[in-house]
Design a protein around this ligand. Structure first.
Ligand code: ATP
Ligand code: MG
Length: 347
């Protein structure tokens, strides 16, 4: 079986460090390891419109911003095909046929959809496009016969639903589609990186993000205002590490050598955590430490981003080329799909 990777992001804002650890890092890993047959990254503008239909300009502008983020983290157009979802119209045809294979009840049961409907206050007035976005996501994946989908864990219900649709299709029309598998990050805290507010997952829609494009000052302000342990008032108070955003981020972002460089009086994160639990370690110290680490990680990404931003034509050229290639592949697979269904009238 071919190894085909596909994943994507909604152009609803700049990419943030949740995307970085939740999915971009795995993409980079796959890119470096090689050994795959095809690798697609889709900017899901049509999906973004399902809950931003009144704000097309925002979605349009962010196509460019997301593409800048991709290139800035090191995704390589020589190894990856980047494309814009709405420019591959075959995807809507796939979606149309898959709609027959899903019930309304099943879509309403999808836990991620349920949660997002609540967040967006859509419960009483559900836009059909939004409710059915898991079906269109199945179309995106299967139109390229993707086998591996690197995602954060909020996407697991989507992949499960895609697998169900694939099975339903194959049962009805014969073995045609392959069941995709999700690829999660290694670090469990990165499955769904919490926002700087410590509440829900870091998400463009929730205003709790550190963006890859943030300036050094923005990063610092966000880290210094981060949610810690509300009962840890005085330095001498014992503090809680679980649910403390600074420690969650340290778990995810700490790199070998960081203690030696910025906090040589400690040898390991466990030692730092123990001190915090005992009392006597202030929030400022751990926030400064985290800030130094994040600044180190984000500085080269920001620099590359600023460089790329000067040349929008070149960035769009990559997208245009990729989209052309994606269209050809999706068309070929659409013909296969329709042939399996028996709706190939003229050949
Ligand atoms: P929106 O609020 O518009 O839905 P988002 O921040 O949830 O935006 P998406 O474009 O929906 O971002 O998600 C893109 C990818 O990034 C998905 O694979 C998703 O699982 C992953 N992802 C998003 N947020 C996080 C996070 N906080 N931690 C880990 N992975 C994440
Ligand atoms: Mg999302």
């Amino acid at each position: 079986m071919k190894k085909i990777i596909l994943t994507g992001d909604r152009p609803t804002g700049h990419l943030h460090i949740g995307h970085f650890v939740g999915s971009l890092k795995n993409r980079l890993l796959l890119q470096e390891k090689g050994g795959y047959d095809e690798f697609y990254i889709m900017i899901a503008d049509a999906q973004a419109l399902t809950d931003n239909f009144g704000n097309v300009q925002k979605v349009r502008d962010n196509v460019f911003q997301v593409m800048l983020d991709y290139l800035a983290v090191g995704l390589d157009p020589n190894k990856v095909t980047f494309f814009i979802q709405s420019e591959v119209s075959e995807l809507t045809e796939f979606t149309f046929y898959y709609m027959n294979l899903v019930t309304l009840a099943r879509l309403e049961r999808n836990p991620t959809v349920k949660e997002e409907l609540r967040q967006k206050d859509f419960e009483k007035n559900i836009p059909m496009g939004f409710l059915t976005y898991p079906v269109s996501q199945t179309a995106d994946i299967t139109a390229f016969n993707a086998t591996i989908v690197p995602v954060g864990d909020d996407q697991l219900p989507m992949i499960e639903q895609a697998r169900e649709i694939v099975r339903a299709f194959n049962n009805l029309y014969g073995e045609t589609l392959v069941e995709p598998k999700a690829m999660l990050p290694e670090n469990e805290n990165a499955f769904r990186l919490v926002g700087t507010d410590g509440k829900a997952k870091m998400s463009k829609s929730l205003n709790n993000c550190i963006f890859l494009s943030d300036s050094p000052n923005e990063i610092k302000d966000k880290v210094f205002n981060m949610y810690t342990d509300p009962n840890h008032i005085h330095v001498t108070d014992p503090g809680k590490v679980e649910g403390n955003t600074v420690f969650t981020y340290l778990d995810v972002f700490l790199r070998p050598g960081d203690f030696e460089k910025y906090l040589p009086e400690y040898k390991s994160l466990d030692e730092l955590k123990d001190h915090y639990r005992r009392g006597g370690l202030g929030d400022m110290k751990i926030k400064k430490f985290l800030n130094s680490i994040l600044q180190d990680i984000l500085a080269p990404i920001r620099a590359r981003r600023e460089e790329l931003e000067k040349n929008p034509d070149k960035v769009f050229e990559i997208l245009e080329k990729g989209t052309e290639k994606a269209r050809k592949v999706a068309y070929k697979n659409l013909i296969k799909l329709k042939t399996a269904m028996g709706i190939n009238y003229f050949n």
